[in-house]
Design a protein. Structure first.
Length: 229
């Protein structure tokens, strides 16, 4: 995979466009897709419950065109997602039963990955629970059956294979390693790659390692094809 020599935009400092399609990033684990995906809601709520596809289809579909920015400094321009606006899901199915003190939501994936996002980021325009990418249903490679999409945050916050939401009144304490490698918010325009700050250091470190990251992603993609066959 090759990179453009140009930065993506003033709102994405330190990023460079890939000249090819978005690579397969995430945990190197193949998952079995559920035949009837659901979304469980629990935590700081008076009514833990399951949202079915039938429930979610009551909401209007929302389309979002946005660049995708990986924390490792590559970006893919103008991806077309559609699904349900998280703000609509929150308003119609969660807010009524949520503790007023809820400040964060922890999302869990079928492959074991989890990420915690401040509620104020989730309620911004353009944040989706996505079902489609480029007018096609999501594949396992890009997060089927449901994917959280937050264009304003680095890509590792856009969790794949979403199946569970835990409402929190405070963020879960992070380990020392997580505080170094993960930012609690991860805004692209502020280069929030690490809780340590030092944006130019982390940009340079990730840029230096980028060829290795891309080779690893290509290897995962090849193993995915072999497993699927």
């Amino acid at each position: 995979m090759s990179l453009s020599s140009q930065a993506t935009s003033e709102k994405a400092p330190g990023q460079r466009f890939l000249n090819e399609s978005m690579p397969r990033y995430g945990l190197p684990k193949w998952i079995d897709l559920p035949s009837d995906p659901t979304l469980s809601i629990f935590g700081a709520t008076t009514l833990p419950h399951l949202l079915t596809q039938q429930d979610l289809r009551k909401l209007p579909l929302t389309a979002v065109n946005a660049d995708f920015h990986c924390v490792t400094t590559w970006s893919v321009p103008d991806l077309h997602w559609h699904g349900w606006a998280f703000a609509d899901v929150w308003q119609d199915f969660i807010a009524e039963f949520a503790d007023p003190a809820v400040s964060h939501v922890r999302f869990s994936a079928l492959d074991g990955y989890a990420v915690t996002i401040p509620l104020e980021e989730l309620l911004k325009e353009g944040v989706l629970i996505a079902t489609h990418l480029s007018h096609e249903p999501l594949t396992v490679k890009h997060g089927a059956p449901l994917r959280l999409v937050l264009p304003q945050l680095y890509g590792y916050k856009s969790l794949k294979h979403l199946y569970r939401l835990e409402l929190l009144t405070r963020p879960i304490p992070s380990s020392a390693t997580s505080r170094i490698l993960i930012h609690p918010r991860g805004r692209v325009d502020l280069e929030e790659r690490s809780s340590t700050g030092l944006p130019l250091f982390w940009r340079t470190l990730y840029r230096w390692q980028l060829p290795n990251f891309l080779r690893q992603a290509a290897g995962w993609q090849e193993r995915d094809r072999e497993t699927a066959s």
